[in-house]
Design a protein around this ligand. Sequence first.
Ligand code: SF4
Ligand code: SF4
Length: 81
Amino acid sequence: ALLITKSCINCDMCEPECPNQAIALGTEIYEIDPTRCTECIGHYEAPTCQRVCPITHTIIQDAAWQETREQLWEKFVMLYP
Ligand code: SF4
Ligand code: SF4
């Protein structure tokens, strides 16, 4: 899964673009629900939130949620049975 860092300026560009509804406004900044983030596997070639975010390197790999391509595919299948 990906992670939104404190560089986030709450611009709301990423939230409506996430195909899995994994992004929502948290207590201070936007947050990604790692149980719903497939890194866009199943939908797009590359993470669409990173593509639309105006602040470079704000959305990064979540070191606590490192997953293989196969695991991300399994999550996609779980989300869309
Ligand atoms: Fe949503 Fe894709 Fe970003 Fe994950 S990588 S939060 S699935 S837009
Ligand atoms: Fe924050 Fe980037 Fe999402 Fe804007 S697009 S809300 S800066 S993570």
